[in-house]
Design a protein around this ligand. Structure first.
Ligand code: ADP
Length: 473
């Protein structure tokens, strides 16, 4: 798998993308904040300086006498009109770039700021403030020219300061940010790959274990060391493997049980037929052998039918035809068979409380379910005992209880009797014609009706199988 197709790559790319956006926004923010505050500081200092310079007459006098003290990096000029001519007076013979809008605005009484470029491409920040004079003043028109009397009513004081320092600082910051950005991205990218690889390491371990698990050996488990998402994933996979292992074991047991179950009648048929064919026998012997073979064949046919039913149930291919069924009517249909079976085994058959209940169900399947339970009750109850049936209602459920006064089921076996081929007493069940699949089928039918079967039993006293079925609406 190429690196480009890994989660590590995708995570790192996303991470770098987000980091890149954050860094860009942050750097731009810091740069412009600094830019703004440095210029604001400069403007404030220019304002303070303008206020400090104060009185115009003093400035003119000190300029004339050559005692005007400019601060470092500062240029001060005065502009005023002499007639139509705009004159400029400054302490040194340094020209600050002339910004007509700035000067005109100050002459008209408004102070303002502007940034201009000198001839040697230096930037200068200018601040112009209006100045007024009550009395006319003399001034040197320009350095080296004779003073001339001019009536000055209003003048503009322009203070300029080079922005070089600020520009240098901003330039250094720009360079630092431009250099820091790719460096940060490289370090973060490497860190991102390292962290993502570390975080995803357990995935490789999970995949490795999964590769090692074979169909025949599901005993392996993924070692879980963490409680994070991957730890939970590993636990979930372990639970799934556990379920698969159990299902696989059940499947193996089922196949072994089914083969064993079919082998017994086959062995009987084989032995009986071999014996019958060994020498000539009288007709009654042949009849006896054929009856035994027929009996075993019937038993095998029953098992195969039941296996087929369960296989269809497992595959979800069984079709149920639901209709409203009166339980009383259904019992009426079953009664002749039950009474016959009871009579054969000399058992009493009793009807308990019978409410007139209607359930929604599949008639043939429900008949099969009740017959199976009644058949078991009769099979596991010794002669002289009693088998009884009752219908009652519990909330929205009809409860069909089939009671017997038979041998009962030991408590430790009760949780297992619905498992396939599970029998409390294998020899007895087989002798009685049971296959161990009846209750598994009964439970499947009850579940398909959204119902359930509960068992109560006491050894030597008898058992009660209660079938809960939803009542018809
Ligand atoms: P079987 O064909 O062996 O009867 P079932 O699935 O119907 O198989 O029942 C499973 C086991 O449950 C039986 O082998 C038997 O041991 C026990 N069992 C079922 N019904 C009763 C009952 N009414 N009284 C005592 N034991 C019962």
């Amino acid at each position: 798998m190429s690196f480009v197709h890994t989660i590590t790559f995708r995570l790192t790319i996303w991470y770098l993308l987000v980091l890149g956006i954050i860094l860009t926004l942050l750097s731009t923010g810091v740069y412009f904040y600094l830019w703004h505050s440095l210029y604001a500081n400069l403007d404030q200092s220019l304002e303070a300086r303008a206020a400090q310079l104060g009185d115009m007459r003093g400035i003119l006098t000190s300029i004339r006498q050559g005692t005007f003290q400019e601060e470092l990096g500062e240029v001060v000029s005065l502009y005023f009109y002499s007639g139509d001519e705009l004159l400029q007076v400054s302490a040194r013979d340094v020209d600050i770039p002339y910004d007509s809008q700035l000067v005109e605005q100050a002459l008209a009484g408004g102070s303002s700021f502007a940034t201009v470029k000198t001839e040697d491409h230096q930037e200068v920040r200018l601040h112009a403030v209006p100045f007024s004079l009550e009395a006319p003043a003399f001034f040197p028109h320009r350095h080296g020219m004779s003073p001339r009397r001019t009536d000055i009513e209003s003048a503009a004081l322009v203070i300029g300061r080079s922005t070089e320092e600020i520009d240098q600082a901003l330039k250094r910051l720009r360079h630092t940010l431009i250099l820091a950005f790719p460096l940060t991205m490289i370090v973060a990218g490497a860190g991102g790959v390292f962290l993502a690889r570390r975080a995803l390491k357990p995935v490789e371990h999970i995949a490795q274990t999964a590769r090692e698990i074979e169909e025949s050996d599901l005993s392996q488990r993924i070692k879980v060391n963490t409680r994070d998402e991957l730890g939970r994933l590993a636990s979930t996979l372990n639970e799934m493997i556990e379920r698969l292992e159990q299902a696989f074991r059940r499947q193996q047991e089922f196949t072994a049980d089914a083969s064993h179950e079919l082998r017994t009648p086959l062995a009987v048929i084989q032995a009986e037929s071999t014996l019958a064919l060994q020498k000539d026998r009288v007709a009654s012997d042949y009849r006896g052998s054929l009856e035994l073979i027929s009996q075993e064949t019937n038993h095998m046919a029953t098992i195969v039918d039941q296996l087929l039913t369960l296989a269809r149930a497992d595959a979800g291919k069984q079709q149920f035809v639901f209709e409203d069924i009166s339980l009383g009517e259904l019992l009426g249909e079953l009664a002749p068979d039950i009474e016959l079976l009871c009579r054969e085994k000399r058992l009493h058959f009793q009807l308990g409380p019978v409410e007139n209940l209607v359930v929604r169900g599949d008639r043939a399947r429900l008949k099969g379910l009740f017959l199976n339970l009644l058949d078991n009750a009769i099979r596991y109850t010794p002669s002289g005992g009693t088998v009884s049936v009752s219908f009652t209602q519990q909330e929205q459920m009809a409860v069909v209880a089939i009671r017997d006064t038979g041998i009962g089921i030991p408590p430790e076996h009760i949780p297992h009797i619905f498992e396939r081929f599970y029998r409390v007493d294998r020899a007895r069940s087989r002798a009685e014609g049971g296959s161990g699949l009846g209750l598994a089928i009964c439970r499947h039918i009850a579940k398909a009706h959204r119902g359930k079967i509960e068992v109560e039993s006491r050894v030597g006293e008898g058992s009660t199988f209660s079938v809960f079925l939803p009542l018809s609406e």
